[in-house]
Write a protein that binds this ligand. Sequence first.
Ligand SMILES: C[S@@+](CC[C@H](N)C(=O)[O-])C[C@H]1O[C@@H](n2cnc3c(N)ncnc32)[C@H](O)[C@@H]1O
Length: 231
Amino acid sequence: MNKMNDLEKFFFRTDHRLIHKWRHYFEVYDRHFSRMRDKKINILEIGVSHGGSIEMWNDYFHGNATIYSVDINPECKKFENEYTRVFIGSQEDKVFLKHLNDVLPPLDILIDDGGHTMKQQITTFECLFDKVKEDGIYLCEDLHTSYFKYFGGGYRKKSSFIEYSKHFIDKIHAWHTKKLPVDDFTKSVHSIHYYDSIIVIEKRPMSAPFDVKSGVPSIEDKLAFEPIIKK
Ligand SMILES: C[S@@+](CC[C@H](N)C(=O)[O-])C[C@H]1O[C@@H](n2cnc3c(N)ncnc32)[C@H](O)[C@@H]1O
């Protein structure tokens, strides 16, 4: 059995508020978030529920994170504390999201663990992706709802978040397509990582890619390749 990471250790301690996660999520979080553990960072997490993940992030980031949380349930306001601010509203309400955009500082990490419907995931992405810093991370979880009718999904259904996010793959290649514009997404996204039920988008300022060569071809290589290259 692999050694547990610090998130898993915290999760299995049980002396904290209820947290409900898929077992493999902790490895994904740790893989992407560990570089920020000792920095002063701002996190926005959509979805508070019992407040357990707020405690988990505070522990994982050694108290260095200011946590902004969103939930539609007004009861969640009680989880506010010295390191957490809770906003009550719906992640599919564009006016509410605009308000968040106005009042929140730039974000190092945004985690969408809210209601998981297609409309919620897409609206949140469209309204708040730009709020993530140029070296920040956007993570949306429970993407399996893209396959569930109840959440507005369905296999290969055009309006699912999975289908929506497949366009991101074309967008990071816009430089090569001669069709797509090189837009803000192309210029700000370094990489897109898919796992079961999670997408992680890592930002980094990007410029047009170029290829490089190094080393000297041997005479034999030249003789072998040149006739082919000339064809
Ligand atoms: C999966 S739970 C969050 C769990 C929490 N992050 C944790 O790991 O312990 C989802 C939460 O999203 C909230 N929610 C559902 N629909 C929402 C919406 N439209 N906007 C904001 N929050 C919503 C629910 O009230 C619920 O508390």
